[in-house]
Design a protein around this ligand. Sequence first.
Ligand SMILES: [Mn+2]
Length: 378
Amino acid sequence: MKILHLSDLHLGRRLYHHSFLPQQEKMLEQVVKIAVEQSVQAVLIAGDVYDKNVPAAEAVTVLDSFLTALSEKKIAVFLISGNHDSAERLQFASQLLEHQGVYIAGTFSGEMQSYDLEDEYGKVHLCLLPFVKQAALSSLYPKENFRSLSDGIAHVIGQTALSEKDRNLLMYHGFVLHDGTPPEESDSELQLGGTQLVDASVFDAFDYVALGHIHKPQWVRSGKMRYSGSLMKYSFSETLQKKSLTLLDWKEKDNLTVTAIPLCPETDMRIIRGKLEDLLTYAQPSADWIRAELTDETLVPYAMERLRAVYPNVLELEFLSQSERIAAGITEAEAVPEKSLLELVDSFCSSVYQYELSEHETAQALMQSICKEAEQTE
Ligand SMILES: [Mn+2]
């Protein structure tokens, strides 16, 4: 049986003024194409379907088209809610949609929704566990005293009937620790070291765990537990990642082959770095989403406008040398109380304006008297 695992669609995501939706729509067309080419029986979407819990109308339309396209091809779709989704809104019409082969676990009732897929090798028993917090589990099981989210999830899994003969698959959205180590590139919305981390051993009863939440594709346990990663790059911290879909080809229970199928966006997200004149001289016009890190030592007027003539989608611009000086200033914060106000003004001028105050005696004298006055009135 072939199953396609993806996650973190974040439909409707915007960065500054820019909407990713037109590209998201094209990426989902690629997903449908791959699902058909590979003759998959099911597509799993491991949460963060939308970017906002009240998604934009256009984002809802894009998901609608995607689900309809898969349903028309007789490919079953399983969705769970992530921390970005509204569980209740995602749950809407879920019982009706089951008739069309679309299975949604939005809100969590305390027991996992589970489904059986069949082929010549027997059953794939699929359990759905949407994003859930420890507090929610505690109120669902008031008699239990969960000390952690891991505890609560272990209890939920303990309530679930699993047959050892079947191929058991779990889909979950959240943070899973591998030997106590958090996955690479964590979503800042969940506190590391807090209660929202789950130990991988909680999922030992499953043969494969399809995870969502982390945007970089990666294994938590090789061959068994995987983050498929996001549909496309969603921030400049992801520029070096290669996005992919995870394809399961599952024969006997212990014969699972997992491959990553690369996703190819028309528009890339990348960082360019250098002096403005050099960047403009060697630039190839491109619609990519760009973060420009300029190494010019002084501020260059109209840098954004000039870059946008070549790169219409420059979303971020930073003068790197300046930021480095400011960053260095931050690390010296402890020394600040020992400096006089004049010294602080002096270092501020030299770090921000490349202007050595001490070389200008008139200015220095003026600043001295201003600072003296300021210190007396404190
Ligand atoms: Mn998430």
